[in-house]
Design a protein around this ligand. Sequence first.
Ligand SMILES: NC(=O)c1ccc[n+]([C@@H]2O[C@H](COP(=O)([O-])OP(=O)(O)OC[C@H]3O[C@@H](n4cnc5c(N)ncnc54)[C@H](O)[C@@H]3O)[C@@H](O)[C@H]2O)c1
Length: 433
Amino acid sequence: MKENRVKPSNGKLGVMCVGLGAVTTTTIAGVLMSRKGLSKPIGSFACEGIMRLGKGSDKIYKEVKHILPIAPLHDIVFGAWDIYEDNGYEAAVKANVLRSSDIDPIKDELTQIQPYKALFDKSYATNIDGPNVKEPATRWEQTEELRKDIRHFKEANNCDRVVVIWIASTEKYIPRDEKVHGSLSSFEAAMKADDKEHIAPSMCYAYAAMREGCPFVMGAPNLCIDIPAMWELANETKMPISGKDFKSGQTMMKTVLAPAFFTRQLGVTGWFSTNILGNRDGIVLDAPENFETKRRSKMSAVENILDSDIYPQLYSDIYHKVRINYYPPRGDEKESWDNIDIFGWMGYPMTIKVNFLCRDSILAAPIALDLILFSDIALRSGLYGIQDFLSFYCKAPMHADNEKPVHDLFKQFAMLKNKIRELAGYEADQELD
Ligand SMILES: NC(=O)c1ccc[n+]([C@@H]2O[C@H](COP(=O)([O-])OP(=O)(O)OC[C@H]3O[C@@H](n4cnc5c(N)ncnc54)[C@H](O)[C@@H]3O)[C@@H](O)[C@H]2O)c1
């Protein structure tokens, strides 16, 4: 029997979601319905995945939840913050992602989720506004309020531990500023000085979470924990952090296709990616400064995988463009198009078209759930800092300044499985499955 490094899952796992919108309510509904045996957590590797352990004649295949002590769905308690007062049921109905037959059986549980008042700054998301917000105060004082919320939630629900995940709107683009974000002391000084320009609301949630002993996940492309001050805080508090930006639809496809071109040494001259979507996320992203945060996140995969340092003749001149258009009739049913211009033998051009008619929140929900469950595993294993084994779930995987992120979906999957092997006392390996 191999030695499992992970402490058992005892008691309740609290999950505090920043934002009670489309993805959050879809994630919660899927978990609650699965608990009742009325649905299945399809797409969740932590809940349903099967993987190989051992090599050669010793190899066995096991469910991930039997390899690691993943918290059972029955032990999860959800809470949230949002700028709107809608409870979980009202928010799920408004998000209009799920059929009533998938929400009504869990109406009572959803209704009990009453969001805490949000730490909100309209200048970070100009296209939305709501009444359920904390009183104006300094960033430091408001963060203290968030810490109280976490303590209150944990106590009221008798939780053994809590994971905090940002599934709220994408904030406007802010660049990293070394003077403020470069160290924890300068960051804390800026919070106390109420430097609203450099301290985004999401950073306050992350700070509060780590100070309260909670792992933090960033599901949007916000700068937030992608700064040295937060890495220092994660090390000091010994908290795992992961992000950024759920890799759900278009970018998931890009990180499958780009490695194929690279492996076959096909050149790329252009990659045009466009999207239409009509949900609240779409309204927020309609503001140019918020779109800019998303655009940068969506650009990073192709640039990283099609490495022009290795093959300048194939990839040094790619015209890469990403667009997102708010189109209300589509609601959450986003459609994306990719037009990829490639070239092969003797420079002859070819074109590939990808048209993905997806459901944004349906794709994102298992990603959010896995990030929560594996962050809890990381916590119970004593892992802290950036959890790069969770890159698999992220569009713009976080990484130390001196490291290159891995974007290729299958390499990321190998990293995830190897971390699972390592934590379960098996050797990491490169075998074919
Ligand atoms: N759906 C996907 O495929 C996908 C993929 C990658 C990333 N994301 C990101 O996930 C996030 C959530 O997406 P969604 O479709 O659920 O959006 P949504 O608009 O339905 O929900 C976001 C919620 O966050 C709330 N909010 C905004 N600022 C807040 C704050 N400071 N504090 C507390 N609540 C706040 C909003 O009121 C809203 O209810 C977005 O940032 C989106 O870009 C989604």
